[in-house]
Each structure stands twice: as C-alpha cells, then as structure tokens.
Ligand binder design. Structure first.
Ligand SMILES: Cc1cc2nc3c(=O)[nH]c(=O)nc-3n(C[C@H](O)[C@H](O)[C@H](O)COP(=O)(O)O)c2cc1C
Length: 161
C-alpha cells in the first residue's frame, strides 16, 4: 500500500522532471546536455535543439558558444545540418573532440532540405571513438520547423527516460 503510494508520487514527480531517474540504487538526477551547430539566419537546428531542451527542462547551447563539453553528460543530444552535402567543419571538429569519458550516450538530431547524412556522419565519428549513439534520432525538414516543435519536445522527454 505504502509502496504503491510512493510509486505513484514518484511517477508524478518524474512526469514533471524527466531528468529524475529511479533505479535499484535509489533516485538520481541524470545529467543531460543539448548541443547544436546552427548556421543559417533561420536557426532551424537551434530551434529544434531548444525544443528538445525545453521538453527536458534544460538549456540548449550552441557549440559556437561552448567549444568543448565542460560537464559530464549521461546523455548528450547533438545536432547539426548539412551544407553543400557535408556538416559544418566546426561540428565535425566538436564530435571528433568529444571525450568518451565525459559522455555515456549520444542522441542525434538534424534538420535539412532532404539529406539525413549529418546523422550518419556523426554516428560514424562517434562510434569510432567508442561513444554509443542511439538508433533513434530526430529529423525536421527545414520548411517544417514550426510543425516539429512539439514532436521535438516529446522526443527530448522520451529519449531522456
Ligand atoms: C549553403 C547551404 C547549403 C545547403 N546544402 C544542403 C544539402 O546539401 N543537403 C540538404 O539536405 N540541405 C542543405 N541545405 C539546407 C540546410 O541543411 C537546412 O536549411 C538546415 O535546416 C539549416 O540548418 P540551420 O538553420 O540550423 O543552419 C543547405 C543550406 C544552405 C544555406
């Protein structure tokens, strides 16, 4: 009875705070980071990054403002877009420079006109470093960012559980 009550309370708290995780060792806060590279004036990838972060209740940070990940992350959401068929060199550099000891798992997202190759290219770089990358990733077409904001929020919540 008491156990069920506590379980229910925990579920309610968890639905408000997706970073709170319950495991056999008790409750702990998952460290989650959202980093992105966004180059056009429309800020498509930035807007998706902000929606993902919003769902989780944290802030998205541009890799232009933070060159290296400063704090450990249980989950790192990382996103970018293709420009003339390749990701921005600074995003490639960022991924190549990630310390596998700082990140437990990466979740990718991308925006583009048609291509999803940024996800494939990032996955290859990260896997070669020994960094696990989730199969599931988030994609938004550049002309449908508004229509994907809610889905990006939900993706953030789902993937951080
Ligand atoms: C110079 C330039 C080149 C682009 N090349 C591609 C491309 O090769 N493939 C593609 O699918 N989209 C391409 N796009 C579309 C962008 O990937 C898309 O607009 C993306 O959402 C931009 O993200 P951002 O606003 O966060 O910079 C290109 C856009 C620009 C401005």
């Amino acid at each position: 009875m008491m156990k069920d009550l506590l379980k229910n309370i925990l579920n309610v708290i968890q639905s408000y705070c997706s970073q709170l995780v319950h495991c056999s060792k008790g409750l702990f806060i998952m460290e989650i980071a959202v980093r992105y590279c966004s180059k056009t004036k429309f800020g498509n990838t930035r807007r998706i990054a902000e929606a993902i972060a919003d769902g989780i209740g944290i802030k998205a940070v541009s890799i232009a403002d933070e060159k290296n990940l400063k704090e450990k992350a249980d989950i790192l959401f990382l996103g970018g877009a293709p420009y003339a068929n390749i990701m921005a060199p600074e995003l490639k550099e960022y991924a190549e420079g990630l310390d596998p000891k700082m990140v437990s798992k990466v979740v990718l997202f991308t925006t583009s006109n048609w291509s999803r190759r940024t996800v494939l290219a990032l996955k290859k770089i990260l896997n070669e470093k020994g960094l696990p990358v989730c199969e599931d990733y988030f994609y938004a077409h550049m002309l449908n960012i508004d229509g994907k904001i809610e889905a990006a929020k939900e993706f953030g919540i789902k993937m951080s559980r």
